[in-house]
Design a binder for this molecule. Structure first.
Ligand code: SF4
Length: 239
């Protein structure tokens, strides 16, 4: 197969290859367990600076005590803090959760809205969380950009933007809307397992032949051609 020479071509092949390792839709790939958009919203707020595994441990008790926005909105702050304590930053998260639930009650009839414009008006919800809710809970177009997505996008020469909003816009322009959520989650999973922040494992990466940041020693002739077109001058490593 020809090595793609453009960011759009690389994005398509990256999505195809990672799709073999991490197949499925955004809903199927999301590790945060949930049964409805409200539960996913709570879990995503809790996932900030916390592992998905820890959130999945805490969520059953959250759901048992506060199964609806109405019950969470009326919950004592201290009780919520107690339940979510192990996820870290529990005071700020508890305030966000109560504020989010109150906003759902007051402005959205107790329902999680689907539009990003509405989602980002909720306390504790930015574009990243809003796009998670859209793509995972509603199956709608949404491309969450976290540190993994930003880092891998730059290493793979898909964009050189640093600002997450600009990264999101750049990636969205490279892929069909139906692929946005799944692509983001595949990059996240690849970033957690292979393309680690400090020590990327290029030697066992299925993207090494098209990645401009793969070490030069590991690149075949074709790969050098990709690097020369990527705008990543002198890219002999990924650090
Ligand atoms: S080749 Fe290396 S830098 Fe490129 S995506 Fe794979 S692990 Fe990351």
């Amino acid at each position: 197969m020809a090595i793609p020479r453009t960011p759009r071509g690389r994005a398509r092949v990256v999505n195809e290859r990672l799709g073999k390792t991490f197949p499925g839709t955004a809903s199927e790939l999301c590790a945060l367990r949930h049964d409805n958009p409200f539960q996913l919203l709570v879990a995503t707020i809790l996932s900030a600076q916390c592992t998905d595994e820890r959130v999945n441990i805490v969520m059953p008790e959250m759901i048992r005590r506060f199964p609806t926005p109405a019950l969470l909105a009326d919950a004592p702050l201290r009780e919520v803090e107690q339940v979510i304590h192990s996820t870290g930053f529990y005071h700020a998260k508890a305030e966000h959760l109560l504020g989010m639930a109150t906003a759902l009650q007051e402005r959205f009839a107790g329902e999680v809205p689907e539009s990003l414009a509405d989602l980002v008006t909720l306390p504790g919800v930015g574009r990243k969380t809003g796009n998670v809710i859209r793509s995972v809970a509603f199956g709608a177009p949404g491309l969450p950009v976290d540190t993994h997505v930003g880092r891998l996008s730059r290493r793979l020469g898909l964009t050189q933007e640093e600002d997450p909003v600009k990264v999101e816009a750049a990636l969205c322009a490279l892929l069909p809307r139906t692929q946005w959520g799944g692509f983001s989650l595949r990059l996240i999973l690849h970033g957690r397992t292979v393309c680690l922040s400090r020590t990327p494992h290029c030697e066992r990466c299925e993207l090494a032949d098209l990645c401009p940041s793969a070490p030069r020693a590991a690149r075949p002739t074709q790969r050098r051609a990709v690097g020369s077109q990527s705008g990543l001058e002198g890219s002999t490593g990924v650090a």
